[in-house]
Design a protein around this ligand. Structure first.
Ligand code: NAP
Length: 342
């Protein structure tokens, strides 16, 4: 770490689950934009890899071995970040583990462990962040949500319930911040299926290799949106066409969605290719099989950018283009009406 004077202090971000998958891409994106970054995860190799990524780019980084399900460990990590990097400006809750399989085939201990990490890990992170930010009346928390926080799918009951719980939890706490007139922000960014490491180390009782339900997005584009929101907080952001379709489609036709998911949700989450990599499951302990980086095994099928992801990253251009299109359509309709009534 370089020795910087307080007056030159860079902004400080904490990313839970920043050693792999989407979190790793978020860490790099913060570093690219000049933030110092603290990475909280369990596996040392991934943490060291993420720290190296940041330091190669330029800012400072620390990687703290932390299990986000352990409230005291999260508090201790937050203290360490503030001692070593300075006051936390943004806290991103990203860490997750998975158990794939039908509800009744899932070991109850595994289910509880997944909820402890996927939901209570976010609660612990939010508490650690807000208890430091609120007295300063400054800072923000970004929750990495999912389309599956709006719509449950088969074979991932623990994960889907956690993502729904995060949404309710975030709404409750947000209203408290508003009630108190706090300037601290709380945002949720809901993600589509991404090509991350998750599917290589998820604990699974499925007959085939787990896969994200296509269409699959590369984590980098989603990471850019997370850091956009960290820098310019927005209450809620949906990333990816499939996220928008899932959320709105489910609102319009829940029973159709039930039927569709019952039909397609099993095959859509599995890939029969025997060559796909499988790592030790990281449900209770880190996988510890080397630094895995951000990407999973589906590079050949994943999109780096799409119209929706471009549009939400360039909102003013999008709004301007939409307004111009609406004005052109209105003028054309008015002209047609005038001609028809002559
Ligand atoms: N991939 C998708 O298709 C998808 C879709 C929608 C939303 N998301 C969301 O994106 C976020 C990241 O998912 P991902 O797919 O990138 O997952 P991932 O590839 O499995 O990475 C998970 C990260 O969390 C860390 N982690 C796991 N358990 C932890 C614990 N108990 N304490 C601290 N860190 C822990 C892992 O490192 P260690 O194991 O070393 O601790 C790793 O850094 C999640 O919030 C997920 O809900 C993902």
């Amino acid at each position: 770490m370089s020795n910087e004077k307080k007056s030159e202090r860079r902004r400080v971000a904490v990313v839970t689950g920043g050693s792999a998958g989407l979190g790793r891409a978020i860490v790099r994106e913060f570093a690219e934009r000049g933030w110092d970054v603290a990475i909280l995860a369990r596996g040392r190799e991934g943490l060291d890899g993420a720290v190296r990524d940041v330091e190669r780019i330029g800012p400072r980084a620390i990687g703290i071995e932390t299990d986000v399900a352990d409230r005291k460990a999260v508090e201790a990590a937050a203290d360490q970040v503030e001692r070593e990097l300075g006051e936390i400006d943004v806290w991103v809750n990203d860490a997750m583990v998975g158990v794939f399989g039908e509800f009744l085939d899932t070991d109850p201990d595994d289910f509880e462990r997944a909820v402890s990490v996927d939901f209570l890990g976010f609660v612990n992170g939010t508490r650690a962040a807000l208890s430091r930010m609120k007295p300063r009346n400054r800072g923000g928390v970004v929750q990495v949500g999912s389309a599956l926080g709006h719509r449950g799918i088969p074979l991932q009951a623990a994960y889907c319930s956690s993502k729904h719980a995060i949404k309710g939890f975030t709404e409750s706490v947000l209203t408290e911040l508003l009630h108190d007139g706090s300037a601290v922000t709380l945002s949720e960014v809901d993600m589509p299926a991404m090509n991350t490491v998750q599917f290589n180390w998820v604990k699974s009782s499925l007959p085939k290799h787990a896969q994200p339900v296509p269409p699959i997005y590369q984590p980098e584009i989603c990471a850019k949106v997370v850091v956009d929101v960290a820098e310019r907080p927005r209450r809620r952001t949906w990333v990816g066409e499939s996220t928008v379709f899932t959320i709105i489609g489910n609102r319009l036709g829940t029973r159709v969605a039930d039927w569709y998911l019952a039909k397609s949700g099993y095959s859509g989450q599995q890939d029969g290719d025997p060559g796909l990599p499988t790592l030790r499951p990281n449900l209770y302990e880190p996988s510890n099989q080397g630094d895995q980086g951000a990407h999973g095994a589906f590079d050949d099928r994943s999109m780096r950018i799409t119209p929706q992801t471009w549009a939400i990253r360039h909102r003013s251009t999008t709004y301007f283009a939409a307004a111009a299109a609406a004005a052109t359509a209105a003028a054309a309709t008015a002209g047609a009406l005038r001609r028809a009534t002559r």
